[in-house]
Design a protein around this ligand. Structure first.
Ligand code: HEM
Length: 267
């Protein structure tokens, strides 16, 4: 008798029985994944600290994948596909912001129990975070100098991201495929034409809004992160060697797509 209690008829195979090679833990490589949390101290909260950073890096990996997909879709003129991917990107980015709260359950005193063991490691050195910035159009080559501890493969990835087209390049291609000029002198006129003629260009308008939401949620994460940093370490400098909160506050003002923000003033 099957699991559904049906005793009549021919014996039915359960879904997934056929190949029978993969298990849940094998497919997800859980033994390997769950062996990667290795605290450097006896402090009870270090497991939380490691786990949350690893979770962020997994989300960063997915975001890079989806944003690459969105960029390709824009180049191919498949705007619907880019929009579908941006929906996922935004949902993940909102999770990134929400997750800060989990780390804020750690008190500064408990953090101080193991903070000294971390230096000079810092989120500053997150290769994937910088890849996300480069892909989104915020390309500050000076950061390459802060990656002294990364592998050649990681450095090559960063250089490749600097050379590759950005999301903005892909959006400009989508505009020009619709006959809208995109030179530096003409781009604002084209963006205004899109904004004012939704009957013809609503898909391009919505896509620009998706880019803006990506930009806005990244900025919200920066603000959320610096608030958490101030709560944890106050005016102390960062383990990565920066001034800490003042450095991070300066970066919270940055935009991936400044022209989309400037457009607002013209509408
Ligand atoms: C107790 C928790 C945390 C503290 C006190 C903290 C502190 C800091 C500080 C002071 C910086 C500036 C660079 C430096 O000098 O180190 C920084 C940068 C950064 N942190 Fe955190 N951080 C925390 C948690 C996290 C988490 C959970 C992530 C998630 C990945 C993260 C990602 C980053 C990134 C990506 C940067 C570079 C930001 C930029 O250059 O704009 N941090 N952090």
């Amino acid at each position: 008798m099957g699991i559904d209690g049906d005793a009549s008829g021919p014996p039915r195979r359960q879904f997934g029985e056929e190949g029978g090679r993969l298990s849940y833990g094998g497919y997800l490589r859980l033994p390997e994944l769950l062996a990667q949390q290795q605290p450097q101290s006896q402090a009870p909260d270090e497991l939380l600290f490691i786990t949350i950073h690893q979770v962020y890096e997994l989300w960063f990996k997915l975001l890079l994948h989806e944003l690459e997909g969105a960029r390709e879709a824009m180049f191919a003129g498949e705007l619907w596909k880019a929009r579908q991917l941006f929906k996922r990107v935004h949902a993940v980015e909102r999770v990134l912001i929400e997750q800060v709260e989990v780390l804020e359950t750690m008190t500064p005193q408990d953090f101080m129990e193991f903070r000294a063991k971390l230096a000079p490691a810092s989120g500053f050195q997150s290769v994937q975070f910088r890849e996300l910035e480069f892909l989104s159009g915020l390309r500050d080559e000076r950061y390459l100098g802060s990656f002294r501890h990364v592998s050649d493969e990681e450095l090559a990835r960063l250089r490749r991201r600097l050379a590759e087209p950005t999301l903005w390049d892909a959006y400009l291609t989508a505009l020009s495929q619709r006959g809208l000029p995109v030179s530096d002198d003409e781009i604002m006129t084209s963006l205004l034409a899109v904004a004012r003629n939704r009957g013809s260009y609503d898909d391009l308008w919505q896509l620009a809004e998706d880019l803006l939401t990506h930009d806005e949620t990244a900025a919200l994460w920066r603000m959320r992160h610096v608030q958490m940093v101030e709560r944890q370490i106050g005016t102390k400098s960062g383990t990565g060697g920066s001034t800490g909160a003042p450095y991070l506050r300066g970066r919270a003002r940055l935009h991936y797509f400044p022209l989309l923000w400037e457009l607002r003033a013209w509408l």
